[in-house]
Design a protein around this ligand. Sequence first.
Ligand code: TYD
Ligand code: MG
Length: 461
Amino acid sequence: MAKSKNGTVFCCSDCGYESAKWMGQCPGCKGWNTFVEEQVDKSPYKAANFSQTSGRARGERTQPSVLSQIEIRPDDRISTGIGELDRVLGGGLVQGSLTLVGGDPGIGKSTLLLQVCRNLSSEGHDVLYISGEESLAQIKMRADRIGQFTDKMLLLCETDLDVISEVIRTRRPEAVVIDSIQTMYSENVSSAPGSVSQVRESTGILLQLAKGLGVSVMIVGHVTKEGTVAGPRVLEHMVDAVLYFEGDRHASYRILRGVKNRFGSTNEIGVFEMRENGLTEVKNASEYMLSGRPEDANGSVVTCTMEGTRPLLVEIQALVCHSNFGIPRRQTTGTDFNRVNLLMAVLEKRSGLQLGSCDAYVNITGGIKVQEPAVDLGIVLAVLSSFKNQAIPRKLAAFGEVGLSGEVRAVSQARQRAAEAEKLGFTSCVVPSVCAAECEKNSGIKIIGVGSVREVIERLF
Ligand code: TYD
Ligand code: MG
């Protein structure tokens, strides 16, 4: 890598792109203002001398294997004792894997991993929790809130990865937690902890340990909006699984989302609630999302979205009111702003409603973000209900994609969605007419098939 005169390089704090000079926009990820100046490594990058997958150092004799003769041991996964986390991981923690848990500060990453440590250690696994952020006493205080720990669980407050490697090599734990990667440093790299090269080097060392010794390593990574600390984006390529913790820090629910998983499916979510004694699993997420729904209020509709393999009922709220200004105000929370604008334009053009002079606010409650087109019909109904001051029946759910000509289009897994609504006590469900036959198959819920937005208005208002 070319260096500037004073021996530094500029790295993109998001994607790790390196350059000899500062640039406003990163050519790698097109992010703006992400370049930070860093000291160049004293020694060349060592982790590259290690084969990620075979677990052997380069130079060792390796022979190609026949695919059909490779044995898979069924007991390679250990359950974390937290069902929702196991589901996101694809069935449990894989031995020798490197997992990144990302999320905003204070969202509950340390708490979750400490709970994992407790469960693993009480099942008889040796666990090592390494913290570079908190003192032993602070961790003990948190642990006391969470519950009882056995002596299989060891704690270490350390940030020097050479020391950490040594401890892991001698103690040989089955699972290691690193909290957080931004505080770790290696002597091989001269830049400060949290910088791109330091984070990359540290992860390389942990990767070597995980693959070489077969320990499962879980890494905590902070995401900051300012991008001043190296974002875990750099790490995403190196690790086996990436889990993100989402949710409003001020509300009690938390959503754990898998965005990358070499050992299972992605896009699975786990739902948790932060209580005074740590995170508890929310088994029935739909029920949780709908709790506290207002009675017969205008502009409230329940729709069904798919999160991975799991149907999830969410409430959409809309508030449409007359605008005092020339340009109406539109605002969305939890869904795509442009999509809502588009749907309102479709409504105006295809059903002749005067929405152009109205402010509109659309909100998905529960702090969840939905991007799926299947929620279109829900948004349309919520907007209509608020505009016409007419409440949608409380026990009615709706889903379907809305096209530009106002047609209601088919969505995937319609049967499961309708079944989820039925399970939660809904008595009728508005679905795209092409999916109606599929949904009606041995179900007790009343299915209303609609072909266009105009038909929706005729049948419901
Ligand atoms: P923490 O795990 O420290 O977040 P992170 O590691 O992601 O920065 O979580 C901190 C928050 O969780 C803090 O605001 C307090 C709250 N909390 C509880 O509400 N109950 C608990 O039992 C624990 C341990 C934390
Ligand atoms: Mg923490």
